[in-house]
Each structure stands twice: as structure tokens, then as C-alpha cells.
Design a protein around this ligand. Structure first.
Ligand code: GTP
Length: 597
């Protein structure tokens, strides 16, 4: 135990976490030349393409230092706010963290919010000044920022470059010298923290854990405390680049467990594994059931594909427990599913996986958050609303609560004004403003989550000319004055276009929605009135004018290939059209409310 070190890496996106992790694997010869590939830890194709770490994994390295052998467990953490609960559990499995700061970019929002998580868990922080090979690196100033943030000495900061390999030996030495060895008690009943799980289509779910007390032995009957389920530890081992089966995993170490579990749902990150015969009395603190934060309808473009879509979603859920879905029907879109996601990125990933892995073509409706509606009747009743069109009539409704977040934004002093105006427009309340340096400001806001879902990132990027970083954490439900804005096409309410909007903005947003829909809905043989309404009250109106001429007429008959091209283009466009009443609506229209500016 005294020669084990468990650590993670915290860094803002693109500050070089994966590259540096690869260098550590090289230096400890964990990777053979044949296995060497860039960014080994990002194994999912999608992750590689997007250049972000979606799923966390662990990897074990061996390293000899001053004549002694050490085991270094690197616990990778996902780099996106959607997965912040997983980050918190990975951090809870470590004693130390490398804090990687890009020497050109300095400290960003994600650095800070993950640093706070690490400090709450009493982790030893090793600051690393990365990418010092860059011509634009600014090591002195960024070192000042780090010292200000951590209150550490300048000598503690390790200059490094994942590109040239500089500083890698110093980092390994610091992990051994500064990070404390794990503390658990080998004689106590087994207590292991599940901090990740990986789906393997052949072997079932692989559970990744850290032993806090006691040990786990091959063949042992174990119990997962939160779910109450019991399994035999058919195979246990440590994670090198491939799995290395072992007879036992001892106190303080990290390993995997395979016991034929087929469904991701049975394995909850944050759960405690214990011995069935001699169980511990205490679950490891901090367990939470992850709740989806963002909801949207997913419908097959072709109504006949409904059953196939259901089968695909069930398969996806086997390896992604955080995806939830329930059948729903929409007057406009027919039969489909209301799906819950951890966040917007998670939603995009699911959509993409449905298309790539299952070959489905789907229509996704405007995402919304989960509301809590209270009706007026005595006794007061509350219920969860995951679809705006399920909101009770205004006459029956007493109030609505929506989820709020604490947002951290770091930007340049020059942009504070614009960033503040944007946050205030998005119903944010400023709670803190700190100058990290003369030129860099940290702003904290309480904001409705719904406003982040609606085009916040893009606007923030624009108003700050790219010089703002952003992170958030949920802080609970708050009452808001929300109204349901409906959209009518040709006199019919299209339920899939309804949205809950703050009363103060409803008129303005209803108007913009009509304007946007007018742009997006193709002309047809007749006029299409587009109206926005709150209850029976029409608040805005536009019209898509009837088509007068044949669309191909403007090609003047002569050029046949051009004509064909145009027709083909229309056909491709049709793929994602939905006929609602007698109006054809393209997929973009269902997302129109997201792109109003
Ligand atoms: P996420 O996983 O998306 O959070 O990113 P990351 O922090 O893992 O960053 P990654 O290692 O993917 O590096 C981001 C970019 O910076 C890549 O284009 C790397 O090639 C580059 N990069 C990483 N480390 C260095 C370095 O030390 N010097 C230079 N010049 N570039 C680097």
C-alpha cells in the first residue's frame, strides 16, 4: 500500500491532458511501441473525432524511483460539464491531482471548478505549467496566476511540455514524493468505490473501482450496496493498456471486475462494493443517482421505424445508463420517445450514435429542462414536467419551478460588460466578481439551466471574442414566472414546437420564433400562417407566402444536369421533413427556438 499512488489530471479542455497522459505512459513503459498511438486514453471513435474525453478510464503504471517500485494509478476524468458527477467520483478515488495549466491560456473556468472539487476531497495538488514550448507561452505571468490561485510556492510548479516530453520525469517524481499513499485498513470488511463502468458487448459491464478498505478476491461473492444486487467476482484485475487478471486487489489499489452484468443500469457510479458474507455497515459517502438534466423528443423521420427506434434506444441504454427514455406521442410527430440526457453534449452524442451505430434517421425536438409544476387544487399537488406540452392549463396551475445552476465564467477585463449583459439577459443574478489578475476576471452567476440550453455558449463566445471559459453546477429548483408559448401552423397547434418561456420574454421570443419559422418553412402551394400564442391569446403572426412558380422554372429548361441537381437537393432535404397537417416542416424548424439571434 505504501508504494501505491492514485492520481487524476484536472485541466481545462485542450490544455493538453491526453497528450501529457500519453507521455506518462511512455515514460513508465506502460505502452509497447506497437500499441503506441496518439491519445491512447480516448478509445471511443467519437471521442477521438471530437477530441474530448467522454468516458473516464483508469490505467496502471509501474515506475521505479530511487530503487523502489511504485504503482501509479492514473484515473482519467471526463472533460465536460455534462459528466460532472463522474468527475466528482473519479476525484474521490484519488489522493492527488495534477493541475495542468496551459502556459499560453492560463487558468480557465473548468480548471477552477474541478480544482474546487479536488480541494473538497483533500487531494494534494501538483501544479503543472504545460505547453511551455509554445512561442506564445507566458510562463512568468501564468505562474503568478497559479500561485495566486493555489497559494503555493513558485518552486512547486513543474514546467512541462507534452509535445517535447520536457518535465515528465519531474512530474512522476512529484507524484511519488508529494501525493500521499492510500490510507485504508486491510483488515476491515471490503469497501470499494465504483467510479466508472465500461460496456463490453462480449463480456458484459466492466466495473472500475478503487478499494478503500479490505480486499477483493477472485470468485468472492460481492454486493453492490445502492442497488442491493449480488454477484460473483468472476474476474478481477488491474487495468494496463489491456486487462491484467489478478487473484486479488488489495486496499488502496484500483481494478476492474467482470461478473456477467448485462445492463449498465445495474452499475451505478458512486456505489459501494462490499463482501456479501461480511458486509461493511457504511456506504462510501457521496453516492447520488444521476438525474437527466435536459429532455427532448426523438421521433423517427419515417413513422414505420418506430419499433426499430425503440430497439435501438434499448440497446444504447444497455451501455449508457444515463440515457432515459419513455414512449410519448405528439399530435404533430406521431409516436416517438421523450429522452432525458445529462446535458446538451450528451444529447448530441446519443443522436449521433443512433445515426451511426443504428442507422436511424430521427427528428429531435427542442430540448427543455425538467420542470416541477404545482397545481392550485387543495391539497396542492406537484408533478414533474419533462415536456412543455404536458404543462397544466394556466387556470389550474399555481406555479412552476425550474432548475438553477451556479455558473463560473472567466474572461478578460475588457469583456466583463458584455458578458454581464448577456448573463442578465439570460436571467442570471451575479453573485461574485473577482479579479484573478489585472486582466482576468472570474464572474459567478445563479442562472436558470434552461437559458444555457438555449444558445448560451455561442453567444458567450461571440461577445467575448472567444476569450471566455464557462462551467456550471446545478444548485436546485427555484420558482419562475414561466408561460407556455404555443406555435400554430395553418391554424393547428404544433405541440412539438411549444416551449416554456419566462413571461417577460415571451412576447419577444414568440415574435422571433415566428420570424425564424418563416425563414425555415419552405413555400408550398398555399399561404401558411405562423402564429405564436399564450393560451388563447395570439402574440405574433407571420405568413409563408404561397409558391407561384415551379421551383425548377428558374433554371430555364436548358441545363438538364442543373435541374436534376436541384431536384436531388430537394429530395435530400426531404429526408428530414415532417408533414404536419398539410404543412411540411424541416428538422431545423423544430430547433428554431434555439437559434433566434
Ligand atoms: P480534452 O481531452 O479535449 O480536454 O483535451 P486535452 O486537455 O486532453 O488536450 P490534448 O492533449 O488533446 O491537447 C490539445 C491540443 O494541444 C492538441 O492539439 C495537442 O497536440 C496540443 N498540445 C498538447 N500538449 C502540448 C504541448 O505541450 N505543447 C504544444 N505545443 N501543444 C500541445
Amino acid at each position: 500500500m505504501k508504494n501505491i499512488r492514485n492520481f487524476c489530471i484536472i485541466a481545462h479542455i485542450d490544455h493538453g491532458k491526453s497528450t501529457l497522459a500519453d507521455r506518462l505512459l511512455d515514460a513508465t513503459q506502460t505502452v509497447t511501441a506497437r500499441e503506441q498511438q496518439n491519445q491512447l486514453l480516448d478509445s471511443m471513435d467519437l471521442e477521438r473525432e471530437r477530441g474530448i474525453t467522454i468516458k473516464s478510464h483508469a490505467i496502471q503504471m509501474e515506475y521505479e524511483y530511487k530503487g523502489e517500485k511504485y504503482i501509479l494509478n492514473l484515473i482519467d476524468t471526463p472533460g465536460h460539464v455534462d459528466f460532472s458527477y463522474e468527475v466528482s467520483r473519479s476525484i474521490a478515488a484519488c489522493e492527488g491531482a495534477l493541475l495542468i495549466v496551459d502556459a499560453a491560456q492560463s487558468i480557465q473556468a473548468q480548471t477552477i471548478s474541478n480544482l474546487y472539487l479536488a480541494l473538497e476531497n483533500d487531494l494534494t495538488i501538483i501544479p503543472v505549467l504545460n505547453k511551455i514550448d509554445l512561442p506564445s507561452a507566458n510562463p512568468e505571468e501564468v505562474s503568478d496566476d497559479i500561485v495566486n490561485l493555489l497559494g503555493c510556492d513558485y518552486e512547486e510548479i513543474i514546467p512541462a511540455s507534452g509535445k517535447t516530453g520536457l518535465g515528465v520525469e519531474d512530474i512522476l517524481a512529484a507524484i511519488i514524493e508529494r501525493v500521499p499513499a492510500p490510507k485504508g485498513n486491510p483488515d476491515e470488511p471490503l469497501q470499494a468505490l465504483i467510479f466508472d463502468s465500461v460496456y463490453n458487448p462480449f463480456r458484459g459491464i466492466e466495473v472500475i473501482f478503487r478499494v478503500i478498505n479490505g480486499k477483493i478476491t477472485k470468485g468472492q461473492k460481492v454486493k453492490f450496496m445502492a442497488t442491493g444486487k449480488e454477484y460473483f467476482a468472476d474476474e478481477i484485475g488491474t487495468l494496463k493498456l489491456t486487462q491484467a487478471p489478478k487473484k486479488e486487489i488489495l486496499t488502496g489499489d484500483v481494478g476492474y471486475l467482470i461478473s456477467g452484468i448485462k445492463e449498465a443500469r445495474e452499475v451505478k457510479v458512486g456505489d459501494t462494493i462490499t463482501d456479501s458474507k461480511n458486509p461493511t455497515q457504511n456506504m462510501i459517502e457521496g453516492f447520488e443517482n444521476v438525474k437527466p438534466m435536459v429532455f427532448a423528443g426523438i421521433y423517427p423521420v419515417d413513422t414505420e421505424d418506430y419499433e426499430e427506434l425503440r430497439a435501438s434506444m434499448e440497446k444504447l441504454q444497455l451501455n449508457d445508463a444515463s440515457l432515459v427514455f419513455a414512449a410519448e406521442s405528439s399530435a404533430a410527430l406521431g409516436f416517438g420517445f421523450r429522452c432525458g440526457f445529462l446535458g446538451m453534449l450528451h444529447m448530441e452524442i446519443i443522436q449521433e450514435r443512433l445515426e451511426r451505430e443504428f442507422n436511424m434517421t430521427v427528428i429531435t425536438t427542442v430540448p427543455n429542462v425538467s420542470y416541477l409544476a404545482y397545481t392550485k387544487k387543495e391539497p396542492e399537488k406537484s408533478f414533474v414536467v419533462n415536456n412543455p406540452s404536458d404543462l397544466p392549463e394556466p387556470s389550474r396551475l399555481d406555479r412552476v419551478e425550474e432548475p438553477f445552476i451556479k455558473a463560473t465564467i472567466i474572461t478578460k477585463a475588457d469583456f466583463v460588460g458584455q458578458v454581464m449583459s448577456l448573463c442578465i439577459e439570460k436571467r442570471g443574478l451575479i453573485t461574485n466578481q473577482t479579479y484573478l489578475t489585472e486582466d482576468r476576471v472570474e464572474l459567478m452567476f445563479d442562472m436558470p439551466l434552461a437559458e444555457i440550453v438555449f444558445d448560451f455558449y455561442d453567444r458567450l463566445k461571440t461577445v467575448s471574442k472567444g476569450y471566455a471559459s464557462f462551467d456550471y453546477h446545478p444548485i436546485g429548483m427555484r420558482t419562475s414566472n414561466l408561460v407556455k408559448v404555443d406555435v400554430m401552423l395553418n391554424g393547428n397547434v404544433v405541440d412539438a414546437l411549444s416551449a416554456l418561456i419566462h413571461a417577460d420574454n415571451a412576447y419577444n421570443i414568440g415574435k422571433k420564433m415566428c420570424e425564424k419559422l418563416k425563414e425555415l418553412i419552405p413555400r408550398q402551394q398555399f399561404d401558411i400562417p405562423i402564429q405564436a400564442a399564450i393560451g388563447a391569446k395570439i402574440i405574433s403572426r407571420e405568413t409563408v407566402k404561397a409558391l407561384r412558380k415551379d421551383v425548377t422554372a428558374k433554371c430555364y429548361g436548358g441545363d438538364i444536369s442543373r435541374k436534376r441537381k436541384l431536384l436531388e437537393k430537394q429530395k435530400a432535404g426531404k429526408k428530414r421533413m415532417r408533414q404536419v397537417g398539410n404543412v411540411e416542416i424541416p428538422q431545423e424548424a423544430f430547433m428554431a427556438v434555439l437559434k433566434l439571434n
